[in-house]
Design a protein around this ligand. Structure first.
Ligand code: I3P
Length: 109
């Protein structure tokens, strides 16, 4: 699955609150491949190598949990992704349908 996701980092490893200066929203081309959610700067190209930056932004979603971000109301269609190392990301999808589809696909892994 792939599509555009806008990311906000809410908690870093071990659940520590992401400090100010790193809490902004950033738009990515997201690609879910196997157990990894790639958050890429540029649009997905099947044959292109994954860049260094894109690897840094990749999220391991094995044992991660995606839910609707019910407590976050500033933006619509936002899901909350909690990873196995207790990072928390808010991810805004393009529509309600897309958000539900990402939640379903992430939790299927
Ligand atoms: C953050 C940025 C986010 C904002 C966040 C700020 O600043 O303005 O958009 O979240 O507020 O800290 P920075 O880019 O300097 O990290 P919202 O869009 O959700 O308001 P927060 O600290 O209350 O999460």
């Amino acid at each position: 699955k792939h599509g555009i996701l806008t990311r906000k980092s809410h908690a870093d490893m071990d659940g520590k609150r992401t400090p100010r200066g790193r809490r902004g929203w950033k738009k990515f081309y997201a690609v879910l491949k196997g157990m990894i959610l790639y958050l890429q700067k540029d649009e997905y190209k099947p044959d292109a190598d994954v860049s260094e930056v894109d690897l840094k932004n990749a999220v391991r979603i094995h044992h991660a949990l995606a839910t609707r971000a019910t407590e976050y109301s500033k933006r619509p269609n936002v899901l909350k992704l909690k990873t196995s190392d207790w990072r928390v990301f808010l991810l805004q999808a393009a529509s309600e349908e897309e958000m539900m589809s990402w939640i379903f696909r992430i939790n299927l892994v």
